[in-house]
Unconditional design. Structure first.
Length: 254
């Protein structure tokens, strides 16, 4: 079950190209050091120590990539954040707001209680009560809850992929999805877990597109640092405006 549930992680979070270069570079360096140090007649202990240290770096990268691939992106993201200019920081902040707006919108549409909107150094974060509750130690998830929680978990990834072509902030969401699927009772077969993930991705994208005005309003509210109540109010007003335009359009055609 774990391998099937984690299959989407491999497709969404491939090993960064920079890590591949490190793997190849360390492999070549360890071979070069082994051959060169032997030719120079260096101390055997020194030769073996540095050879194994260099050769161990690719193994460590592959091990981390297999267990928590998102960690491989952290050095890259930290470097980009540190060297970003004002425009890049605003674009990065907008991406975070769109990601979190999708969580808020999908949870609201599906009737899941939203606990709060918090702000940390990375930007706003939407806390969904049911999502937090099912991640508590020993907590199981009833099968009828799975689809709803999976949709909310996948929504951030789908919003980023739709607007930017790829998702950068989906690591935590995929961990939540994986935990939800593994805690389902009765247990879901591997094939059903994959079907649930596909269904959740499709439904999340559908909700975002169907309520696009509300999504944009929530994004703008989060970017402006608004509270949960103000975000929901903005969504409701945008939704009323969209409905009014649709009604006027239908009346004009008639």
């Amino acid at each position: 079950m774990a391998s099937a549930a984690s299959a989407p992680l491999t497709r969404v979070l491939p090993v960064p190209f920079g890590s591949i270069k490190v793997i190849l570079g360390c492999s070549v360096a360890s071979i070069g050091w082994a051959v060169g140090s032997d030719a120079l007649g260096l101390d055997a202990g020194l030769r073996f120590t540095f050879t194994y240290l260099l050769a161990g770096i690719p193994i460590a990268i592959l091990a981390v990539g297999s267990v928590a691939p998102g960690l491989l992106f952290l050095p890259i993201e930290m470097f980009r954040a540190a060297t970003a200019n004002d425009e890049e920081k605003r674009t990065r902040g907008l991406r975070v707001c769109k990601h979190e707006a999708s969580h808020l919108l999908c949870a609201y549409v599906l009737g899941l209680p939203i606990q709060e909107v918090t702000v940390d150094p990375k930007g706003p974060r939407v806390v969904v009560y049911d999502e937090e509750m099912v991640l508590q130690p020993g907590q199981l998830v009833q099968q009828e809850q799975i689809n709803t929680l999976a949709i909310v978990a996948m929504s951030g990834l789908m919003a980023e992929a739709d607007f930017y072509g790829k998702a950068l902030g989906a690591t935590d969401d995929l961990k939540v999805l994986n935990n939800v699927l593994l805690r389902c009772t009765p247990p879901l077969p591997a094939e059903k877990q994959q079907d649930t993930t596909r269904y959740a991705a499709l439904m999340a994208w559908t909700i975002i597109k169907r309520h696009e005005r509300a999504f944009d309003a929530i994004t703008a509210a989060l970017e402006a640092g608004k509270s949960l109540a103000e975000c929901l109010q903005a969504a409701e007003e945008a939704e009323k405006g969209q409905s009014a335009e649709a009604t006027a359009g239908a009346a004009a055609k008639a």
